[in-house]
Design a binder for this molecule. Structure first.
Ligand code: ADE
Length: 331
């Protein structure tokens, strides 16, 4: 450990650390939930939804005995819904195999669905105070700049003290998100400026070397909206991606025309396309969405008719909420 650096890091953290909702608790369950949410979602989005989730599932036992659907519903808007399913499965596994105690070792943590090397190490440090080295994008960036290296992993142990490993890790998260940002790093306000090899030569933005971004594919999606007596028809999705969520009947294609043709094969005749255009980006796909009033009745058997309110409170993706929000009151 480079004691001078960790001392500076920790005294900065003691003054500047963010009052994030998951830092109010020392409960490993509460911290585990936050780490799963933070895997693919920004701090701002997680901070806005975290407490509602914990209020709904205040402890591991409550989560384990809930139905998968309730967990998905509470996850609504966070995206990457497989995480919610894994969280729920992991809770059941911990109750079944360990009487409800979250494991503390790397090997055991990694047996939990949704917990890989990174999350296991984040939990060891943040929830259990062990000396552990989680390498996320923030920590990778801070470390590779400090040591002006393309291989930051071997340098990270120098930045985590044996006395306060969890605080060092959290401090590196905060430093990476607040000051040592991917673009426009705020070097003048950085507590580690005089220790930073990249900043000393004005090359902070050159580290870490950026991998070429994968382009998002444009996909057209046609959705059919059936409206009767103020209720919309939704069916349960059956696919690997977002499986189990409620959605408007829909089909995808390489063009709007082809998506519409496939949708008609699915639900029969369609009305005239509604004059709203929706775009939605998920993972590596840019969706262009067209909406059509559904006409037939054969297609609307296996599913559920939901009011707008019910829809908002159900296990639906952000896209379904976006579509519902864009619909005219009548057509
Ligand atoms: N990113 C991942 N884990 C985090 C945490 N505990 N606090 C802030 N950002 C994080």
């Amino acid at each position: 450990v480079d004691k001078r650096v960790t001392d500076r890091l920790l005294s900065w953290f003691d003054k500047e650390k963010r009052a994030l909702p998951w830092r109010k608790s020392r409960d490993p369950y509460a911290i585990w939930v936050s780490e799963i949410m933070l895997q693919q979602t920004t701090v701002a989005v997680v901070a806005a939804r975290y407490e509602a989730f914990l209020a709904r599932f205040p402890d591991l036992a409550a989560l384990a005995r809930s139905r998968p659907d309730a967990v998905l519903a509470a996850w609504s808007g966070l995206g990457y819904y497989q995480r919610a399913r894994n969280l729920h499965r992991a809770a059941r596994q911990i109750v079944r195999q360990r009487g409800g105690a979250i494991p503390e070792s790397l090997e055991e943590l990694k047996t939990l669905p949704g917990v890989g090397e990174y999350t296991a190490n984040a939990l060891r440090a943040v929830a259990f105070g062990q000396f552990a080295l989680p390498m996320d994008a923030n920590i990778r960036r801070v470390t590779s700049r400090l040591f002006a290296t393309r291989a930051p992993r071997s340098f990270l142990p120098r930045l985590v003290s044996r006395e306060r490993p969890g605080d060092c890790v959290a401090a590196l998260f905060d430093l990476g998100q607040l000051l040592c940002r991917p673009r426009n790093p705020d070097c003048p306000n950085c507590p580690l400026r005089s220790d930073c090899r990249a900043a000393r030569t004005g090359r902070a933005s050159d580290f870490p070397p950026r991998p070429a971004r994968k382009a998002r594919r444009v996909i057209h999606l046609a959705a059919a909206v059936f409206l009767r007596n103020g209720r919309y028809f939704l069916r349960r999705r059956r696919s690997s991606w977002l499986s189990g969520l409620w959605e408007f009947p829909a089909a995808e294609g390489p063009s709007a025309r082809e998506a519409r043709r496939r949708l008609m094969a699915l639900v029969g005749d369609l009305g005239r396309r509604l004059p709203v255009e929706i775009r939605h980006a998920v993972v590596n796909r840019n969706l262009r969405i067209s909406i059509y009033p559904g006409k037939g009745s054969a297609a609307v058997s296996q599913g559920r008719w939901m009011t707008r309110r019910a829809l908002e409170g159900s296990a639906v993706s952000s896209l379904v909420k976006k579509i519902a929000g864009a619909l005219p009151q009548e057509w």
